[in-house]
Design a binder for this molecule. Structure first.
Ligand code: ATP
Ligand code: MG
Length: 217
């Protein structure tokens, strides 16, 4: 079976692209899927994450040099994996982001529930709309990251999300030190074990929802 391709994108720096990409890829690989993380960000944060430990279960490769040819390079690798997760740079107009969106079945846009982050994310909505000219099947979902439930601000910003024009994934990620620990240890959330039980539930829900979406196609 040919790999489903998930592009994690946002114009906004620090929105949680690498965190989301690595938690998702690690979670899918822990579910015995063959997963490639294509690190398209020249900062190579995903490559560094995997390099912090011994046993990250997904392959993580620097593909930032592919630039606008990334979609062609990934097409050649599609038979080797069940999922390819692309981590992208904070640059909606970069050729590598456009190429990632051209290749993808699903674009995930992590957003921190703050007005500043939402305003900055408008550019990625335009990039997704542009990519659909060549890739009309491309689905897209916002993923709320660093969610702080029960705050007035979170409720106000979450209320703004439906107007954004990209539907929201039901799964979201709260702000948790466990996610930072994963990066420090080069690990997946499951590898942290019982000390990260709530985070494991969150990542499992994320993986299940993404798998369901991509299976339904
Ligand atoms: N849900 C979360 N809980 C705790 N910390 C988080 C969470 N999401 C992201 N972070 C932290 O926020 C910072 C930015 O996250 P990350 O590097 O994933 O963002 P990014 O969008 O990939 O950034 P860049 O645009 O620079 O590539 C990191 O220090 C990361 O550990
Ligand atoms: Mg990043």
């Amino acid at each position: 079976m040919s790999a489903k391709i998930i592009a994690v994108v946002n114009q906004k720096g620090g929105a949680g692209k690498t965190t989301l990409a690595m938690l998702l890829a690690g979670g899918l690989a822990d579910r015995r899927k063959r997963v490639l993380v294509a690190d398209a960000d020249p900062q190579n944060t995903a490559v560094h994450w995997a390099g912090m430990g011994e046993g990250f279960p997904a392959e993580v490769e620097d593909v930032s040099g592919e630039e606008g040819k990334l979609h062609k390079a990934l097409r050649k690798r599609q038979d080797e994996f069940d999922y390819i997760v692309i981590d992208s740079p904070p640059a909606a107009a970069a050729p590598v982001t456009g190429s990632a969106l051209k290749a993808a079945h699903l674009a995930l846009v992590p957003v921190i529930p703050s007005p500043l982050d939402l305003w900055a994310s408008v550019r990625i909505r335009e990039a997704i709309a542009h990519a659909r000219h060549k890739n009309p099947e491309l689905q897209a979902r916002l993923v709320v990251n660093q969610m702080q439930p029960n705050t007035l601000l979170a409720r106000e910003v979450l209320g703004m999300l439906p107007e954004f024009g990209i539907p929201m994934l039901a799964a979201s990620l709260k702000s948790r030190t466990a996610y930072r620990q994963c990066a420090a240890l080069g690990a997946t959330i499951h590898a942290l074990g019982s000390r990260a039980a709530l985070a494991v539930l969150e990542v499992d829900a994320l993986c299940r929802e993404v798998e369901r979406m991509l299976r339904a196609r």
